[in-house]
Design a protein around this ligand. Structure first.
Ligand code: AP5
Length: 221
């Protein structure tokens, strides 16, 4: 299944992606994470995009599509989760062509809806494990033992460069200007499922699994 997580910054896409991949056999492609990896490595691409990302602007469509093609070129797995891609209509149309060439199409687009006020609170409180990337929150989602990652035992945590109030304002503007349009685009294609992302972590996971489980068991038969 080709699954897409669509929604504003901080709505919980990355967190739910981590939970889903622990339970089900999905290859998880987060374009945001792939870009951060390029920046950490200070590759030519990373150097070129680091200011754009820190300011909360979108990276150009051509770069994103190259990155996606590179990541899925050799992929043999059945289930792929695209987290934060596509984000513009052009990306969505090019994505369709790319999948078409492989005889595939988007199965489900999970749209995480959430109010702006809650998004700000989630972004401001977010931190992650430096070693494995596990996402936490100051209030809502702390590690079970303070300063120790639940998953890998790492003890170093960091906050993202683009999690500032100014950058978030820009990310939200970009979201409403470009990405929000994809809700209607995928609604028309009858693949959109709305998830109420304002609920607790467990309840969001339950809504998501209720949508996915019938499709995953169909695919296994
Ligand atoms: P990306 O990394 O994709 O960031 P984003 O879309 O802004 O989303 P976030 O990662 O900020 O939030 P999330 O929805 O994953 O929330 P999370 O689970 O962490 O992209 C970053 C940048 O890369 C973009 O701005 C752009 O520059 C570039 N980029 C990437 N893809 C691109 C593309 N296709 N085209 C162009 N440019 C692209 O949760 C947030 C916090 O809330 C966490 O602390 C978590 O613990 C907490 N939380 C989550 N769910 C709940 C809940 N239900 N209840 C309580 N707390 C919760």
């Amino acid at each position: 299944m080709i699954l897409v997580f669509l929604g504003p910054p901080g709505c919980g896409k990355g967190t739910q992606a981590q939970y889903l991949c622990e339970k089900e056999d999905f290859f998880h492609l987060s374009t945001g994470q792939a870009l951060r990896t390029e920046i950490e490595a200070q590759s030519p691409l990373g150097i070129r995009i680091q200011d754009t990302m820190a300011s909360g602007n979108y990276v150009d469509d051509e770069t994103i599509l190259e990155l996606v093609e590179k990541n899925i070129a050799q992929l043999k797995v059945k289930n792929v989760l695209f987290d934060g891609f596509p984000r513009t209509l052009d990306q969505a149309r090019s994505f369709e062509k790319l999948l078409d060439r492989q005889g595939k199409k988007v199965g489900i687009v999970a749209y995480f809806s959430l109010s702006d006020e809650v998004l700000v609170e989630r972004i401001v409180g977010r931190f992650n494990c430096v070693r494995c990337g596990r996402v936490y929150h100051d209030k809502n989602n702390r590690p079970l033992v303070d300063n120790v990652c639940d998953i890998c035992g790492g003890t170093q945590f960091a906050r993202r460069d683009d999690d500032t109030a100014e950058s978030l304002k820009q990310r939200l503007e970009k979201y409403y200007e470009s990405t929000r349009l994809l809700v209607d685009y995928y609604k028309e294609k009858k693949v959109l499922v709305e998830i109420d992302a304002g609920q607790t972590l467990d309840n969001v996971t339950k809504q998501l699994m209720k949508t996915l489980e019938p499709r995953l068991s169909d695919d296994k038969e």
